[in-house]
Design a protein. Structure first.
Length: 259
């Protein structure tokens, strides 16, 4: 084996890959598209396949330990079975649909700290180190999701934090779920925090509400979760606020909080 071939196997002089997104902003259920550009390295190489995937960074808890890991939740093969010559440029168009329950990464123009979603591209070449490519994606809320956030704000709930946790809740399609956390209005008794999870589908969204968290949504035997169903057309803030206020009061009454 020549020195160049050997070096290419370990990444030196190997083919490179670059993903160019048409837009780096998308919504759950919407498309993300662009093209993958493969540029040949110092030697000819056989490309087995080119894969584009959606990836999220999620929090994992086990016992007293907590860490983050990257989870792929959608993928598509955009090219396969071709040879790239030294310096040759190959462009491969692609389009992916974001799952409806893709976490949002920005609300109201503000990036959510600790929430990361991206497009990762893998170049599979036999016997070679995959150079890889990752492009950050900004996922903004759907109108009904934004209406929920705005309505909670009008009721005095203050957004404080968001995270993406590994696991499933009833009705979730992905191996993780997002929680948006809100501090209560001044004077609200016995409620430390309200957590909101959107379980969205093509018809609308289940707004999962949990207050005064002790153990999280995955705990067994808990009866503290309330769900509010909204359609994609339910974007009137006043009406959404009224529905949310009723749901939160129901949640409190089920625990005997009083308001």
């Amino acid at each position: 084996m020549g020195l160049r071939n050997l070096a290419a196997r370990f990444g030196a002089g190997a083919a490179s890959v670059d993903t160019q997104l048409e837009r780096d902003v998308a919504q759950p259920g919407g498309p993300v598209g662009g093209r993958v550009v493969v540029v040949g390295g110092s030697v000819a190489q056989d490309v087995e396949e080119v894969v584009v995937a959606l990836q999220a960074r999620v929090e994992v808890e086990s016992g007293d330990s907590e860490w983050r890991e990257d989870v792929v939740f959608a993928r598509a093969r955009v090219g396969a079975g071709f040879t790239t010559a030294p310096g040759e440029r190959t462009e491969l168009p692609f389009s992916l649909l974001l799952p409806w329950q893709t976490p949002v990464t920005a609300i109201g123009g503000w990036r959510l700290r600790g929430v990361h979603v991206g497009v990762v591209t893998k170049l599979v070449i036999a016997g070679a180190v995959d150079p890889g490519n990752l492009d950050a994606l900004t996922v903004v809320p759907l109108p009904v999701q934004q209406a929920v956030v705005d309505a909670l704000g009008s009721l005095g709930w203050r957004f404080t934090h968001a995270d993406v946790e590994k696991g499933r809740v009833r009705g979730s399609d992905l191996p993780f779920y997002q929680e948006l956390e809100f501090a209560p209005p001044p004077g609200t008794r016995r409620v430390n925090e309200l957590e909101v999870t959107f379980l969205t589908d093509a018809r609308g969204v289940d707004v999962v509400l949990e207050a005064d968290r002790r153990g999280g949504l995955l705990s067994e035997g808990r009866d503290v979760v309330t769900r509010l169903r909204l359609g994609h057309g339910d974007t009137d803030r006043a009406r959404v606020a009224a529905a949310l206020e009723g749901a939160v009061r129901e949640l409190g009454s089920r625990r005997g909080w009083g308001w």
